[in-house]
Design a binder for this molecule. Sequence first.
Ligand code: ZN
Length: 117
Amino acid sequence: MSDCPCRYCLQPFQPSRFRPDQLVCRSDCQRRRRRDYHRRKIEADPVYAQVVRDSRRKWCQAHPDYQKNYWQTHPQAAQCNRQRQWQRDQKRRVQNLVKNNLAVARKPHTAEPKGAN
Ligand SMILES: [Zn+2]
């Protein structure tokens, strides 16, 4: 058996003797592999994406207070989430400003009235 590098952490590892074609090493990297597969599958397969949406909707309907309870029982996570949301909002604001400035910069060229002189 030869050690080959893991696709994710690039560390050499010994594939399982039950899965000699294994490309990813241990549980953390396996989790990343499954998450990547899931994301790619959602983008590529609309039926799969719909099944995932339906499943999430059903779960949310069965557990309506879950998210509210989670934020109340995990104040650190709530604070962290608030900060990340603030950062996303700032980024969106900057992007909108850039878009608006570009629109203003283009306006004199595009909005020139014909035959005004
Ligand atoms: Zn790995």
